[in-house]
Design a protein around this ligand. Structure first.
Ligand code: G1P
Length: 310
């Protein structure tokens, strides 16, 4: 089972999805361009990958998602204008969102056949080496990024690693779920994986969060294009096959997880990240206290008027 540990240098970003859960915001705008405070989700994901030591960035896109690539352009026209105006702070902001030449590549996923299919589309770009996957609408608020934490753990034991977190038992049907055989510190040993089981059939309530480190042998199973839950080609099913041949771990990461792919999670992320930004936090906190007071006052008024009616 044990293999030599090879470094993780490449990351795949499956960003061809339609983002239907966030319509109408995502009717024209790719959901990964939605912004949490000051950075689009795709930039947050790329910065997390850079922090984890990733050197090659592979975006799995479809038509209409070109903006995600443009965002990492070094924007020469804009830079000229900013330089002429002496806007040094803004120049630094733009530079921070650029990637070294040749480090970003795109592959096309022509049909929305599932996450497993999206990852399989990147097989030539990944080649025969371990790689990371980041789902940009899953964000983690922590001083050390989720992928950097996973890479550190991976470097000590190798194999395959998925980010893991507990979810409410009734939510198992929204996630890939782990069947756990043991735990050592933050690493869970896994004996099975199931995509979106109903609570009655779920082996646990430990879910896969949108970060993975996988060995290239995963492509052997993805190439089978087996349909799984929801009629889609599921990454979880391919991982369940790979589990028979290779070591697999769930990694209990540190930090608050925020699913920005739905309205509630997206709004929570705005609040959490704003309160984490020193230049904004005091004003936002004060504003929120005012709004909360107003909200509670309005609530008690409503309760009183309801009493009267009753
Ligand atoms: C995907 C994966 C699922 C994982 C989830 C994390 O599901 O298929 O295993 O738990 O991401 O966000 P999706 O959210 O694309 O339905």
């Amino acid at each position: 089972m044990s293999q030599a540990i090879r470094p993780v240098r490449k990351a795949v970003f499956p960003v061809a999805g339609l983002g239907t859960r966030l319509l109408p915001a995502t009717k024209v705008l790719p959901k990964e361009m939605l912004t949490i405070v000051d950075r689009p989700l795709i930039q947050m994901a790329v910065e997390e990958a850079i922090e984890a030591g990733i050197e090659q960035f592979i975006f799995v896109i479809n038509y209409g998602k070109e903006m995600l690539v443009q965002h990492f352009d070094n924007a020469p026209q804009l830079m000229k204008v900013l330089e002429a105006r002496g806007k040094t702070d803004q120049i630094e902001t733009i530079k921070a969102a650029a990637l070294p030449e040749g480090s970003l590549q795109t592959v096309l996923q022509q049909e929305a056949l599932g996450l497993g299919h999206a990852v399989w589309c990147a097989h030539h770009a990944v080649g025969n080496e371990p790689f990371a996957i980041i789902l940009p609408d899953d964000t983690v608020l922590n001083s050390v990024g989720c992928l950097a934490q996973m890479v550190k753990s991976y470097n000590s034991h190798g194999g395959n690693v998925v980010a893991a977190c507990e979810v409410a038992p009734e939510d198992t049907r929204r996630y890939g779920i782990l069947d756990i055989s043991g735990r050592q510190d933050q690493a869970l040993s896994i004996k099975g994986l199931v995509e979106k089981p109903s609570p009655e059939l779920a082996p646990s309530n430990m879910a896969i969060f949108g970060r993975y480190i996988l060995q290239p042998e995963i492509f052997t199973y993805l190439a089978r294009h087996e349909q799984g839950a929801g009629g889609e080609i599921q990454l979880t099913d391919a991982m369940a096959h790979l589990l028979a041949d290779q070591d697999f771990y769930g990694f209990l990461f540190e930090g608050e997880r925020l699913d920005c792919g739905n309205e509630l999670g997206f709004v929570k992320a705005q609040i959490a990240f704003a309160l984490n930004k020193p230049s904004l936090a005091p004003d936002i906190a004060e504003y929120m206290m005012t709004k909360l007071r107003e909200y509670h006052e309005a609530g008690s008024k409503t309760a009183k008027s309801m009493k009267k009616v009753a």
